[in-house]
Design a protein around this ligand. Structure first.
Ligand SMILES: Nc1ncnc2c1ncn2[C@@H]1O[C@H](COP(=O)(O)OP(=O)(O)OP(=O)(O)O)[C@@H](O)[C@H]1O
Length: 294
């Protein structure tokens, strides 16, 4: 059962088509990362899913009642004179009055805000505000959470806190988050959709995206000169390409990783290379993203 299914979703702003036929599938319980460059249509897609903007065409099928959907905009604004506890209690009273008041303290504790619960939010840091926003969206126990750029403008510590909070939400609710920070997706999402210019270029599990696309490669660091090393490697049948990526660094791409595993170090030894380091390059979402959106 899916939490969200869209078919041929379109959204036009005047003559500009921000969504050009999007078929989105978000399995229930997943943490789905919607990635794309600026202007790709991420905010528009989330707003259409949330029912805040009307699509020009296509359909949206939510696997739950619309009242069980919670939305967190990229820059949540709160009245600065309210305390964190009052903000969350207001959200509870407005969205889910049936939820008992004691839930407020629980979600604030989950968001790591117990100590600041009775401080005015005007004095909160951005990271705290973002976590407060998440607390205010989860207090009504939503089934689907739509988070627009939840980590933008956060420093590394704030980002870490928010990512950990999102990771804990996975399983309890379905989360769709938009971001252009690929590292965040790699960290917390199990599904990913790559949106560019209003089109979904790829969607699926993060593993499928990475394993299916990034060419296996080794990163070799050794002391100059690198030419003899490059020449010796290029002559091997298992080497697809050798690229110089720094004064002391080569990337060796292969279509036969098993051969590379047995032969790479031998080649380096035979040519007398002064080896500083050899690493298997891990599949990187950034490479795949650049390849897809090129
Ligand atoms: N209200 C609007 N009126 C006209 N054009 C709009 C409107 N909202 C968005 N657009 C345009 O639609 C396209 C998609 O915008 P959207 O904000 O959905 O992209 P995004 O992927 O969220 O971008 P960003 O990462 O920069 O926030 C952009 O070209 C934008 O200029």
């Amino acid at each position: 059962m899916n939490a969200v299914t869209t078919a041929g979703l379109r959204k036009r702003y005047g003559r500009h088509e921000a969504l050009a036929g999007v078929d989105l599938v978000v399995p229930r319980g997943s943490v789905y990362g919607l990635v794309g460059p600026n202007g790709a249509g991420k905010t528009t897609l989330l707003a259409v899913l949330a029912g805040l903007r009307r699509p020009t065409g296509g359909t949206v099928d939510l696997g739950c009642d619309r009242r069980r959907v919670a939305v967190l905009p990229d820059t949540p604004g709160f009245d600065p004179w309210l305390t964190g506890s009052e903000v969350v209690d207001l959200a509870r009273a407005l969205t889910a009055p049936e939820v008992p008041g004691r839930r407020v303290a629980e979600v604030l504790a989950d968001a790591g805000l117990t100590g600041a619960a009775h401080r005015r939010v005007g004095g909160y840091s951005r990271g705290m505000l973002q976590r407060l926003g998440i607390a205010a969206t989860v207090v009504g126990d939503p089934e689907l959470l739509l988070l627009d750029e939840p980590c933008s403008a956060l420093d590394p510590a704030g980002r870490r806190e928010v990512l950990e909070l999102i990771a804990r939400l996975g399983g309890r609710a379905t989360v769709v988050l938009s971001t252009h920070l690929l590292a965040d997706v790699q960290e917390v999402c199990d599904r990913v959709g790559v949106l560019d210019d209003g089109r979904l270029l790829h969607q699926g599990s993060l593993d499928d995206l990475l394993v299916g696309r990034a060419a296996p490669a080794w990163v070799v660091r050794c002391r100059p000169p690198l030419e003899p090393v490059e020449a010796a490697l290029s002559a091997r049948p298992w080497v697809a390409a050798v690229r110089r990526t720094g004064a002391e660094e080569l990337v060796v791409e292969t279509s036969a990783p098993a051969d590379a595993e047995t032969d790479l170090v031998r080649v380096l030894a035979d040519v007398g290379a002064h080896v500083l380091r050899v690493d298997r390059r891990s599949a990187d979402l950034e490479d795949v993203f650049l390849e897809l959106t090129r």
